[in-house]
Design a protein around this ligand. Structure first.
Ligand SMILES: Cc1cc2nc3c(=O)[nH]c(=O)nc-3n(C[C@H](O)[C@H](O)[C@H](O)COP(=O)(O)OP(=O)(O)OC[C@H]3O[C@@H](n4cnc5c(N)ncnc54)[C@H](O)[C@@H]3O)c2cc1C
Length: 279
């Protein structure tokens, strides 16, 4: 387990809030903003949800007191979406209110497709009360073109990703080529019809495409990338004056996130096995 944790540490700041704060200070020093995510998902016990709420409030205290350039990104299923939308929204509201009071920004992660509709409905509700809140949309889902129109229609703020979850064939594109084609279309829509959005990818062709689109469409937007991925590219973009935020996950429940990162890039699994063999 120790070796696994050490390997996971390239993508996860550590198990405690102090680890996330340290990682945030490091990225802030390099000119990047941080987006903190407390790992954990699919909670079905209210104690777990309440613990998550307390942890995010501590994280927001740390951001404010230590003057960090950071926001938080939450997963609805860690706020009790498995227990119903009304309950989930009621547990998100204290975080939302705290973010609003301190003038920060709140991101909603997007989880597997069974949560998409509820996540968007909660997002729309909260966005009506305060606009500094954004939601992730996944190019892999066939519904996303419509969802993007809906979110842009009420002035919402979007983080565009390819999508990290295994999905049934009827709801998601299956091949990399299909997902890439969808990402390209959605990216164009964002630049043509959106504002205040995030291009969240490590894929060089979409980084280049976003830069190209930004020349003809003057928008407020940023790149977002994960901790531990493409650090030289982050440096290069920051040096050229593009805003880059780094998503920094932390917390003891890091295993599902770690497995998603391994699955995305099989070469990482090979490196891990090699380092285990070499001790
Ligand atoms: C800030 C942020 C937030 C996210 N939030 C969510 C979310 O809420 N919900 C969700 O489902 N998903 C989320 N994701 C994950 C996302 O859906 C993808 O799973 C993940 O970003 C990988 O897709 P990609 O666009 O980077 O391209 P990929 O298809 O994984 O990679 C494309 C190309 O990028 C390059 N590349 C990728 N990784 C590396 C590397 N380590 N080193 C060098 N080159 C590399 C390679 O050229 C590769 O061929 C998030 C991602 C980011 C960056």
């Amino acid at each position: 387990m120790g070796l696994l944790i050490r390997f996971a540490n390239q993508w996860v700041a550590g198990e405690r809030l102090e680890d996330a704060v340290r990682a945030t200070k490091e990225v802030n020093a390099k000119g990047l903003d941080a987006i903190l995510n407390l790992l954990g998902e699919h909670y079905t016990e209210k104690e777990e949800v309440e613990g998550t709420l307390r942890e995010y409030l501590h994280a927001l205290d740390a951001i404010e007191k230590q003057n960090l350039n950071a926001s938080v990104s939450i997963k609805p299923s860690q706020f009790g979406l498995e227990l119903g939308r009304a309950y989930c929204e009621s547990t998100i509201v204290p975080v939302f209110d705290r973010v609003r009071a301190m003038g920060d920004f709140l991101w909603f992660d997007m989880e597997s497709s069974r949560f998409t509709e509820d996540t968007l409905a909660m997002y729309e509700d909260l966005h009506r009360r305060h606009h500094d809140v954004g939601v992730c949309l996944q190019a892999a889902l066939k519904r996303t073109a419509k969802d993007l129109d809906r979110v842009l229609g009420f002035g919402g703020k979007v983080r565009l990703v390819k999508g990290a979850y295994r999905e049934p064939d009827d709801v998601a594109y299956k091949t990399h080529a299909e997902v890439d084609a969808a990402y390209g279309r959605l990216l164009r829509t964002l630049f043509e019809a959106g504002d205040h959005f995030a291009v969240a990818t490590h894929d060089g062709k979409f980084v280049d495409e976003a830069i190209r689109l930004s020349k003809t469409h003057k928008r407020i937007w940023e790149f977002q990338m994960l901790m531990g991925v493409r650090d030289p590219l982050k440096r290069e973009l920051t040096a050229k004056g593009y805003k880059v935020s780094e998503y920094i996950p932390y917390g003891p429940n890091w295993l599902p996130y770690f497995l998603r990162r391994l699955r995305e890039r099989p070469r990482n699994a090979l490196t891990m096995i090699r380092s285990f063999v070499q001790g």
